[in-house]
Design a protein around this ligand. Structure first.
Ligand code: ADP
Length: 159
């Protein structure tokens, strides 16, 4: 049976930091299912279908990666795809508190699914979707922070 990990997130939009997490994850498992969460609470810039389309475009040539939208419980998505693991990225200590809570809650919901963390690449530790949105909105160049496919979707970029 192929080893599968779910990589959940808002991906508003997907960044080079996210891509780095996926590439690291592919060294550990056979297949990664990127779960693009609705996450109304975060008031996303891009609607769910656009976020999903961007992720799919970025990994169009990577047969081991697929992307799906999800609105329910993460452990339910993991069951649906027979995933053994949940993949997350860690940048700084500030990520830890939230990630710790989420991993612990998911373990409470299903002991059999292991949350696995990979460390962000040094040059991407400061990269967040929030800053990408803010910088682009104010006319800053974010071409070194997002995959080329994402650039045309962002405001004020040459793309
Ligand atoms: P969420 O809303 O669940 O935090 P995000 O799309 O912001 O979703 O992030 C998804 C995951 O990717 C989280 O584990 C986050 O810590 C990680 N991540 C985000 N940006 C980076 C980055 N630059 N390098 C490594 N991991 C990252």
């Amino acid at each position: 049976m192929p080893r599968t990990a779910i990589y959940p997130g808002t991906f508003d939009p997907i960044s080079l930091g996210h891509v780095d997490v996926v590439l690291r994850g592919l060294k550990l498992v056979d297949r990664i299912v990127i779960g693009v969460a609705e996450n109304i609470g975060k008031g996303p810039m891009f609607d769910l279908q656009t976020r999903l389309a961007m992720v799919r475009e970025v990994f169009a040539d990577e047969s081991r990666v697929e992307a799906v939208a999800f609105t329910g419980l993460l452990v339910d998505l993991a069951h649906q795809y027979q995933a053994q693991a949940i993949l997350r990225g860690l940048r700084a200590a500030s990520d830890f508190e939230y990630e710790f809570q989420m991993a612990t809650m998911n373990r409470r919901l299903d002991e059999s699914i292991e949350t696995v963390f990979v460390m962000a690449r040094e040059d991407y530790t400061f990269v967040s979707s929030r800053f990408i949105r803010e910088i682009a909105s104010m006319g800053g160049d974010v071409s070194s922070l997002v995959p080329p496919a994402v650039l045309p979707h962002l405001p004020n970029q040459q793309g």
